[in-house]
Design a protein around this ligand. Structure first.
Ligand code: WTA
Length: 603
């Protein structure tokens, strides 16, 4: 087994232009898969590492002990090697929530390959873009996925993506449903057939702490999604330590993060954090409200879950179904609960605390981002006074700074743009293939600081309250969506001349997607076209980008230099009906457009 080699160096990072770079523990050596699997074999070989709950509650759950996990990961590693994958190669995973997703991630880590997990809800177009961006020659997928009783045609999507991503040479297909799918013998192979031929032992590669572990595409305010790159040593330390302390992990507990492995929460708190700690992690294939709104609580009871980690949007949607769906279950095993992904409204927080947790379980509202690798601002249960809606205090070593629009630090009580003043081990190292974009995106708005894109308030007790994104990113059901991405999808449609997308408050999703669309001359603004555009965006990006509202507009409010005034569009989408309340519109090229937009507001 690959042994950890303790580093003599720690933080060697700088946020300053000219000297910019992030590095931690640079002379340390380790393998993430050895730390998450092999290291536990002696003491907890027979303990469950992964419990898998299928979409259909009538089907049996599956359990994998650490010993079984070791075998599965080793086999997967050999299959990857057999397909020509080596150190530093990018492997795209496009999988449902099945145990093989974790095996594949750990197998990549074992042989030093870089995984790029693409959420199974993304369209073939979105998948192809992510395959090509990192020159990934191989995709691991499944025949089909299952979610809430519905089938997701993953392999078919990969086939469609392959037509758009010429560099894709190899597709390995996990048989998840056994559904009949087309196989191209020159390119595709079934995983089980390959795995039957290989050894169940595969030594882990010794990796340097700064070697890349994975990349994960995420949306920003401009351009295409970027491949955020995480390191081996710093990331694992951060995932492991935040998991241990923010969830007050204890041996023998069952931890459940209801996220998908396609998001960073799934990486850090379904796979790496729990397994690095020798914990038991639950993977759930389905959705919280299928077949009934009690499902999430039934899963808690069935597997005696001690710690539940979920998103405010899920809580809000279950809350509206009525308390009886919760109270008819036991939930006696629950000890601690967490939330992530978006600000939690105090009403949902109280419901979670009082109805779900019966006032017994502390709630950790954890603020962090794909770029931070793990929790940054979070209560430590038992040690931090909780406040509904506050992420409370920074984690060890995290130095938050609130700055005003001029970059001046706000002291004491106050509100501002949330920055982090110095590096932390879990910080992303770069954007794949574009280090300059990484620097420009995060470190130039306020020179010398990492800018998060979030607004935040600090109260008199020094507690932090995240107020939401201050850039052109919207948070739909806890998923990040760049307004620019939705706009580019819309303008690709032949009927569309111009599009501007903003967020608006949505009871369940937190924010909804509101699109203003101007049409090419000769096109008619019909309901059919509206529906066609919604469908179009879904097929270009995926269902998570579905516009909630499309308003056809004769023009968009622009400054005389041609810049779209999003502030105005946001206000109108939020329901503002008085032109006076929109602030100064005198700089607009055509102020009359504003009244027209208000008059024809789509909701
Ligand atoms: C938002 C998800 C308020 C925030 C882990 C951030 C939150 C973005 C919280 C990152 C929270 C995440 N309270 N807002 N507890 N957690 N956010 O990269 O706007 O998918 O910038 O990472 O989600 O989303 P991402």
């Amino acid at each position: 087994m690959c042994r950890n080699q303790t580093p003599t160096r720690a933080d060697e990072s700088s946020f300053a232009e000219g000297d910019f770079g992030i590095s931690w523990f640079s002379d340390g050596m380790l393998n993430v898969s050895a730390n998450c699997v092999d290291r536990h074999l002696e003491t907890r070989g027979d303990q469950a590492a992964i419990i898998w709950e299928p979409d259909d509650p009538e089907e049996p759950a599956r359990r994998f002990t650490y010993r079984q996990l070791h075998e599965e990961v080793c086999r997967f590693a050999h299959v990857l090697k057999g397909a020509g994958v080596g150190r530093g190669d990018r492997v795209t995973l496009y999988l449902p929530m099945i145990p093989e997703a974790a095996f594949a991630m750990l197998a990549c880590a074992r042989i030093g390959a870089i995984h790029s997990v693409v959420f199974g809800g993304f369209s073939p177009e979105a998948l192809a873009g992510r395959i090509s961006d990192c020159d990934s020659r191989i995709v691991i997928t499944a025949d089909e996925g299952r979610r809430g009783g519905r089938i997701v045609p993953l392999k078919r999507n990969v086939d469609a993506a392959a037509a758009l991503a010429p560099g894709l040479e190899r597709v390995i297909v996990v048989r998840a449903t056994g559904g009949d799918v087309a196989m191209d013998p020159a390119r595709d192979a079934y995983y089980d057939e390959l795995a039957a031929e290989v050894s169940a032992d595969c030594p882990a590669e010794a990796m340097a702490a700064e070697d890349p572990l994975f990349l994960l595409y995420t949306s920003g305010s401009t351009g295409k999604p970027k491949g955020v790159l995480h390191s081996t040593g710093g990331y694992l330390l951060w995932a492991a330590m935040t998991f241990d302390l923010a969830f007050d992990h204890r041996p023998g507990e069952v931890f459940w993060s209801s996220a998908d492995v396609g998001w960073v929460t799934g990486h850090s708190y379904i796979v790496y954090g729990p397994l690095a700690n020798g914990g038991t992690t639950l993977m759930f294939e389905g959705v919280p409200n299928w077949p009934t709104p009690s499902r999430i609580w039934e899963v808690v009871d069935r597997h005696r879950v001690t710690t539940l980690y979920t998103a405010p949007t899920a809580l809000r949607s279950l809350m509206k179904e009525g308390d009886e769906h919760v109270t008819r279950t036991s939930r006696a095993s629950l000890r601690l609960m967490g939330t992530v992904g978006e600000p939690i409204n105090p009403e949902a927080w109280r419901w979670y605390h009082e109805v779900v947790g019966e006032g017994r379980c502390p709630i950790v509202d954890t603020w962090w981002q794909t770029e931070t690798g793990g929790h940054m601002i979070t209560p430590l249960p038992g040690a931090t006074d909780l406040k509904p809606g506050a992420a409370t205090k920074p984690f060890f070593g995290v130095e938050p700074l609130l700055v005003d629009g001029n970059g001046v630090a706000v002291e004491g009580e106050g509100e501002g743009n949330l920055c982090i003043a110095r590096s932390w081990p879990g910080q992303a190292r770069t954007v794949w293939g574009d280090h300059e974009r990484f620097f420009q995106t995060y470190f130039t708005t306020y020179p010398g600081l990492y800018f998060t894109g979030d607004g935040c308030r600090r109260d008199a007790d020094g507690d932090y309250w995240i107020t939401g994104r201050v850039d052109d990113v919207i948070n739909v059901s806890g998923h990040r969506m760049g307004t620019a991405e939705v706009e580019s999808a819309l303008v690709l449609h032949e009927a569309v001349a111009e599009a501007a997308v903003v967020g608006f408050p949505h009871d369940i999703k937190g924010q909804g997607i509101y699109a203003y669309v101007t049409l090419n001359s000769g096109e008619e603004a019909t309901d059919e076209l509206r529906q066609a555009l919604v469908k179009w965006v879904r097929s270009e990006i995926g269902p998570i980008a579905t516009p909630d509202v499309i308003q056809f507009a004769p023009g968009l409010p622009k400054t005389r230099s041609g810049k779209i005034m999003r502030r105005i569009l946001r206000k109108i989408a939020e329901g503002e009906v008085s032109p006076q309340a929109l602030g100064d519109i005198s700089t607009l090229a055509e102020p009359a457009i504003v009244e027209e937009l208000i008059r024809n507001r789509a909701r």
